[in-house]
Structures are given as C-alpha cells and as structure tokens.
Design a protein around this ligand. Structure first.
Ligand SMILES: Nc1ncnc2c1ncn2[C@@H]1O[C@H](COP(=O)(O)OP(=O)(O)OP(=O)(O)O)[C@@H](O)[C@H]1O
Ligand SMILES: [Mg+2]
Length: 377
C-alpha cells in the first residue's frame, strides 16, 4: 500500500507539479498580453464583486457591495474588517466555495467561472470553521492532507513535524483530535491549510482565538513562507496589529465595501496624524524655550497642528520622519534647550476610525465546536 502511494508521487514529480502548477508564470504573462482586459490585471483580480444572500422569499442580505481589488503575485495582502464586514464571503467566493451574485474574478490569469478546478489546484484555504477529523490524531489529520495532495511521504513527514512544532501541538500529536481543546483544534485546522505549500494561500482569520505565544509563532511561520517560497498570501483579520505586522498591503472592509486600501504606512500617513513631541529642559528658561519651540514647530512645512503642553510642545504632521528632521535642525539652530524629542505613528485603529467613524470591536474567541465531529449540527 505504502509502496503504491510512494510510486505515485515522487519528490521530483511533486515539485514539478507544485512549482509549475496549472498556470506556469510564463503562461500567465502570455495570457495577460493577449487579453483584452487592462494590462494591469492582478494575480488575484476582483472586479465589482457583489454577493446577495437569501433565495426567493428569504430576507436579502447584501454582504458584498461592489468590491474591486487586486493582489500582486508574491504579495502578502490583508482584508481587515470587523464582524460581519464581508471578509469570509469574499474569501469563499475567490476560493470557489461560494457562488457570487455578480462581478468578475480571475486568479493567476484563470477565470473563476470557467477554470474553477484549475484554480483549486494552485490554492490552499483555511476557513474559520473546523475542518479536521476528530477520530484521527493530530498527526494523522495533517499527514492525510499531505497525502491527499500527492505529496511524497518524506516531505509530508517533514512538514507535519514542522507544523506540529510551530503550532505547539507536539505533545498532543498522537491523541485523537476530539480530545483537543478549542484552541488546539483551531491550531490543527490552521496546520491543515499549511501542509501543502500552495502558490496562493488563503487564510480566514488564522489567529483568532489563539494565545499570544502561538499567534507569534504562526506569524513567524507565515513570514517565512512568504519570504522563502514567494508565496502569495491573502488573509483576513480583525486584528489591526496582525495586518500591520504581516501585510504589505491592506484593504479595510466595512459593511460590504472597501473603505480604504494601501500599505499600512500609506494608510497611516493618509490620516495625516503622526505626532511629534518636543520636551523642553525644565529650568529658568523653560517658559521662554517652550514659547520659541512652539513658534518654530508651527512654522515648519507639513505641520498641520501644534500645541503647547506642560512639558513642551506637540505637533501633528503627515510625514513624521521628514518633519522631525526639520524641527530638530531649527530647534538646534535657535539653541532651544531640548530635553527629548519623540515621534509616534498613528495606529491602524485610528485609520479605521477615520474611515468608518466607528471603532473596531474585536470579538475575541469564536465558538470552536461547530462543524467539528458532528458536522450535521
Ligand atoms: N449563509 C449566509 N446567509 C445569509 N447571510 C449571511 C450568510 N453568511 C454570511 N451572511 C451575512 O453576510 C454578512 C457578511 O458576513 P461574513 O461572514 O462575510 O463577514 P465576516 O467579515 O467574515 O465576519 P466575521 O469577522 O464575523 O467572520 C453578515 O451580515 C452575515 O450575517
Ligand atoms: Mg468571517
């Protein structure tokens, strides 16, 4: 039995399949050149996507309302939004698990409508609900996924060991998964999506419900996959920090619409609110020093707002780095007795607030048991 399986999937054959996939890079480029669509088609290209839930006689819910975005090949892209924003709906449509109402989607140059099966071959997906088998051990669950993807035994074993370690499931690896706690099941589920390294990885809230230590280990692993394998990664998250730490580009989604898009730095710069704080040395010359500092800071190009406070002055600016240098240069030239200067960047929380007028609430832990073991529930 083992021999037959081995014979059907040598390491070379597996590597050839996974590195070339169904749409080798050259083929994608040729297709792009020949296509009537704009030259700037994204590796993942979503245009005017609409999803309305609810059949005849049912309440209609417009979960996705004219969403367009592209993800470049090799990019780490994030969908950031609160509960019910439409993140899972979009990810399920792109991964062919859910039908769209309207719009067009292409993945690696393949049209979703006619080439769904080909797309499924080059992507990996980890959803929010548990997709592992409780009767199998953690190790068996991961091993089985690898074999289903025709990965050779040696490679599966290597990956399974690596993932059990990263997800801190080594000690429980040989226990049946139904004995796992909610957090352990969640980790195993995430592991199942990471066994076969796909060209494009879709992760729906991969770290929701994980403890901070495991979350950090998962972040490290995803960074490694992205860097070493040039994997294109699309993740959804409710965590500002996760999007900030991992993603090169982010789309903020709220109530089915993209409200802002860009790199974390661009998004933060866009709200024009880096804060520079200048503390003045306490002493006889304090009052005079603060007054001069306020006049100097207020006159620097790029400062949108400046105020005095009990220890010195603070200024708002869109580009903190450049403005800080200029402020320092002028304070020094005018011999203002500066004690300390600091620069604080705005967080993505402030970006979300600015674009939606609301703060993003995070629902910490989702129910883990749904769909696990008893899938008909
Ligand atoms: N099968 C369904 N039938 C009807 N409405 C649905 C269905 N699935 C999702 N919705 C609705 O669509 C909207 C978007 O849901 P979706 O699951 O895409 O949000 P989400 O951003 O993934 O949220 P969360 O962070 O809670 O996972 C919500 O209003 C939700 O109630
Ligand atoms: Mg969701």
């Amino acid at each position: 039995m083992a021999n037959t399986i081995e014979a059907s999937g040598s390491m070379q054959e597996y590597e050839r399949k996974t590195t070339s996939g169904v749409a080798p890079r050259t083929a994608v480029q040729t297709k792009k050149a020949a296509s009537a669509r704009p030259a700037k088609e994204g590796f993942i290209d979503v245009r005017n996507l609409v999803k309305v839930y609810g059949g005849p006689g049912q309440e209609k819910i417009k979960a996705v309302n004219d969403v367009s975005f592209t993800v470049a090949e090799g990019e780490f892209f994030g969908f950031l939004g609160p509960n019910g924003a439409g993140k899972s709906t979009v990810i399920k449509i792109i991964t062919t698990l859910l039908s769209k109402t309207s719009g067009s989607i292409r993945v690696a140059g393949l049209d979703l409508e006619s080439k769904g099966a080909d797309i499924r071959r080059i992507i990996g997906y980890t959803g929010q609900s548990i997709g592992v088998d409780g009767e199998l051990t953690g190790r068996e669950n991961l091993w089985l996924i690898g074999r289903l993807y025709h990965m050779p035994n040696a490679l599966v074993n290597e990956r399974v060991d690596e993932l059990l370690e990263v997800l801190q499931l080594k000690d429980a690896a040989n226990r049946r998964a139904y004995t796992y706690s909610g957090g352990m099941r969640r980790r195993l589920d995430l592991g199942a999506g990471l066994v076969h390294h796909p060209r494009i990885l879709f992760l729906d809230e991969p770290t929701t419900g994980l403890d901070p230590q495991t979350r950090n280990a998962v972040w490290e692993y995803l960074r490694k996959l992205h860097k070493e394998e040039r994997m294109t990664i699309f993740l959804t998250t409710q965590y500002m920090e996760e999007a900030d730490q991992l993603c090169q580009r982010i789309a903020i989604i709220d109530q089915g619409k993209i409200v802002a898009e860009g790199s974390p730095a661009q998004l933060k710069a866009g709200i024009g609110a880096d804060v520079i704080t200048v503390r003045i040395s306490q002493g006889e010359a304090f009052e005079q020093g603060r007054e001069r500092a306020l006049a100097i800071v207020g006159a620097v190009a790029g400062v949108t707002h400046s105020t005095a406070f009990d220890e010195g002055v603070s200024a708002h600016t869109a580009d903190g780095g450049a403005t800080l240098l200029e402020i320092l240069r002028r304070l020094d030239a005018e011999r203002v007795p500066v004690l300390q200067v600091s620069l604080a960047h705005p967080t993505l929380d402030e970006v979300f607030l600015q674009h939606t007028g609301r703060q993003m609430r995070v629902e910490e832990v989702k129910p883990m048991s749904r769909g696990f073991r008893n899938r008909r529930r």
